[in-house]
Design a protein around this ligand. Sequence first.
Ligand code: NAP
Length: 384
Amino acid sequence: MTRCAIVPVIVPGYFLFNNSNATNGGYEMMRVDTKSAVMVTGATGYVAGWLVKKLLDEGFTVHAPVRDPHHPEKVKYLNQIAERAPGKIKYYKADLLDEGSYAEATIGCQVVFHTASPFKLNVTDPQKELVDPAQIGTRNVLEEVNRTPSVKRVVLTSSCAAIYGDNVDIEKTPNGILTEDIWNTSSSLNHQPYSYSKTLAEMEAWKLNKGQSRWELVTLNPSLVIGPGINPHATSESFKLVKQFGDGSLKIGAPRIGFGVVDVRDVAEAHFKAAFTPEAKGRYIISAHDTDFLAMAQTLAEKYGDRYPIPRRAMPKWLVWLVAPMVNKAMTRKIVSLNVDVPWRGDNSKSIRELGMQYRSLKESMNDFFQQLIDNGLDIMVDS
Ligand code: NAP
C-alpha cells in the first residue's frame, strides 16, 4: 500500500508540505511553523504517543502536561523518542480535574492537541471516572486556551463514540451510515457511559469555541484505534480488546460486534494534518475499515493461528447474551442486544478529501499490534 504522500520542503522556520493526496488539483500547502511550541495533553497515552513522535521528528518543542512528570515508566518511551529527534519535550504537572493546572504548559503554544481522557469500559462510578475528566477536563483545557493569545487552533481527540452509542443507532441514520452531521443521543451514565463522556466533552468544546473568535476547533472522531503503541503499557482499552484474541478468552468464538477500526499511526497523522491544514474545519470521522470483532481476529489466523487460540467462528448472539455479563460486567445484555450481529458503517470520505488521509490495511494494523502484545509478554496463553 502506498504510504502518505506528504513531502516536506524546508524553508527557514517552516515546513511546507506538498500534499499530493489532495483532490483540489493535487496540491495543497500545509504551513507548519516549527518555531512556536505545541501542547499535547495526555502525551503518556496510547493515541497521543505517535503524535508526539511525529511532532518531535518535525522539530517541534512539545509541551506535555501530564499527571506525574516524574513517573519513570510513563515518560520513558517519550524520552527515548525525544533523544533521537530534533524536537524537544517539556513536561508539566497537570490534572484534568484541577482548574488552572494547564496554565503554564499552554503559554506560547500555537496549537493545542487535547487528547487526554480516560478510555475504559469497566467503571464503578461513571460520573467520577469518565464524565468528569472528559467534560470538566475539556472545559479546563479550553478555558486556558481562552486565556492564552498564542493559541490559534485546538485539535480535540473526540471519538466516533460522540457520533453513535450502539450499532442499532447506525440503522436509524438517514442513509444507514455514520457521518459527521450525526450526534450520539442514546448513551447515558447508565448505558455506554464512555460514549456519553465523549459526547459531553465534544459538546463542551464546541460551546467554548463558539463563545470566541480567536481559535479554531477541529475535532477528530476516530473509531476503535488499534496498532502498536509507543507506550506498550498504556491504559487504553484498545489493548484489552485485542489481547482477548490471544489469551484464550474467545477460544470458542468471537461475537460479531460491528466495529469501525483505524491504526494508531494513521490517527497521529490525522492529528498533524488537522492542525496544519489551514482549511481543516469541523469534525472528521477517522476510520479505515467497517469490520467486526470476528473479522478482526481472522486477520491474525494465517500468521498466529497455529500458536495462539485465535477465534475462528462466530459466537451465536443468544450465547453472548447469556454469558457476556458474567464474564465482563460492562457487557450488559442491553449492549449485546443492540450491538451483536449489527454491522458498523462509517463514512470516512471527508478525512480522505480534506485531510488527504490514507489508511493502513486492517491486516497490517492487527498483526503489528498483536506482535507487540506478544513481544511484551502480556500473558498471552499458548494454545495447547
Ligand atoms: P489511554 O492510553 O488510557 O490514554 C489516556 C490519557 O489520558 C493518558 O495519557 C492519561 O494520563 C490521561 N488522563 C486520564 N485521566 C486524566 C486526568 N484526570 N488528568 C490528566 N490526564 C488524564 O487511552 P487512549 O486510547 O490513548 O485515549 C486517548 C484519547 O483518544 C481519549 O480522548 C479517547 O477518548 C480517544 N479515543 C481513543 C480511541 C481508542 O480506541 N483507543 C478511539 C477514539 C478516541 P495518565 O498516563 O496519567 O494515566
